[in-house]
Write a protein that binds this ligand. Structure first.
Ligand code: MG
Length: 385
């Protein structure tokens, strides 16, 4: 059995509220259409792809679709969905004997779902994925806004795509549509043509992007993971300056030289946090040419960095900093430093790690001429914290 897929992207998608067709909107760095194509292009059972675009885009087909591993035809669609499927079927290579039809607005079809549809369609001639209705289902008079019947829920299934058809079954369904029968999907036309359509379990994640809310929810699945950032800072140590880390003053006759207070711990941590959130670095937000930041305490800048992350929609999950300092010993002060950081970050102390190392007498840090720090921060989108 040789399987091909028609991906129907011919709609204008006006309900999503954007000026471009919804299937071309960005979803985590690729278009909705491209993600739908990828689901089939990387499936081992698929031998051919046909993408049906709106007529005004079909001329730019290869640019709109991008490269594929499988042979891919791009054709112009028609006025109705069934007209577009007809055009897609015409372009399907002759050797294909089982045809899937998929909405480009469903970018989350996974390999198991595709497998189920192929298996069932190969057996019965036509198959669709469906979700059992979970809510009580009412028939409503649209003019009066009143319930006319409560339907038996166990008989109600919500149809998804890809829908699968033996080629001759889809040819018959398309012919019926040509003869004037209107169908909201190909399975409906196949039913009308007298074919049995079997139902396999759908997938609740295989959503159809119809509204702006659908698009926002789909995009959230690509930005909801944790993000990590790293930071580094070094300041020269000179006599007569206080040595302050996260508001804790250390007993030392030397302190960091800098436009701000030279707190390498806070500075490296700020860079790690900003980096994780894709918000640039400390120099962009607190430039050393700006008199506002002259002598600015590291903890104050850290608090401001927390505000930048909040505005960008991120919260810090945990941080880990290693301070390189030859002397004095940092260990007796680590608890105070961690508590101060935890207070500003709004984290439990066990999510704030600070470690101390000497540089074994080597290089500028080892000679006591400099202090340095390396930091790592993990951040989450705000609502996933
Ligand atoms: Mg610095």
């Amino acid at each position: 059995m040789s399987v091909g897929v028609i991906i129907v992207a011919a709609g204008r998608g006006t309900r999503v509220g954007a000026s471009v067709p919804k299937q071309l909107l960005d979803l985590g760095g690729r278009s909705v259409l491209r993600r739908s194509i990828d689901a089939f292009d990387r499936h081992p059972a698929i031998a051919a792809l046909v993408v049906v675009l709106p007529a005004e885009l079909a001329g730019d087909g290869p640019a709109v679709v991008g490269g594929t591993d499988r042979p891919c035809q791009v054709v112009a669609g028609g006025a109705r969905r069934q007209d577009s499927v007809r055009e897609g079927l015409r372009a399907m290579p002759a050797g294909i004997d089982l045809v899937l039809v998929h909405d480009a607005a469903r970018p989350f079809a996974d390999a198991e779902l595709i497998d189920r549809v192929i298996a069932a369609a190969g057996e019965s001639g036509a198959a669709i994925p469906g979700l059992a209705a979970r809510d009580t289902v009412k028939r409503v008079d649209p003019d009066r806004g009143t319930v006319t019947a409560t339907l038996p829920r166990e008989e109600i299934w919500l149809a998804q795509t890809p829908q699968g058809f033996r080629r001759d079954v889809l040819v018959a369904a398309v012919a019926l549509g040509e003869a004037g029968v209107e169908g909201t999907d190909e399975a409906m036309l196949a039913e009308r043509a007298g074919h049995t359509v079997s139902v396999v379990p759908g997938d609740a994640r295989n959503v159809k992007i119809t509204t702006a809310d659908d698009l926002a929810a789909a995009r959230a699945t690509f930005t909801s993971g944790p993000r990590v950032g790293t930071g580094f800072d070094l300041h020269r140590l000179v006599e007569g300056r206080p040595l302050v880390l996260a508001g804790v003053t250390l007993p030392s006759d030397r302190g960091p030289l800098g436009h701000s207070d030279g707190d390498v711990l806070c500075h490296s941590l700020i860079d790690a946090m900003l980096g994780a959130a894709g918000q640039g670095d400390i120099g962009r937000h607190f430039p050393n040419t700006d008199p506002r930041w002259k002598g600015a305490p590291g903890l104050d800048l850290l608090a401001r960095a927390c505000g930048i992350l909040r505005t960008a929609g991120f919260a810090v999950a945990n941080v880990d900093v290693t301070v390189l300092l030859e002397k004095p010993k940092l260990v007796p002060h680590l608890d105070d430093i961690r508590s101060a950081l935890a207070g500003v970050l709004g984290l439990a102390v066990d999510r704030v790690s600070v470690k101390a190392k000497t540089n074994e007498g080597v290089d500028a840090v080892g000679r006591g001429e400099a202090i340095a720090a390396h930091a790592t921060a993990l951040v989450w989108p705000e609502d996933r914290r």
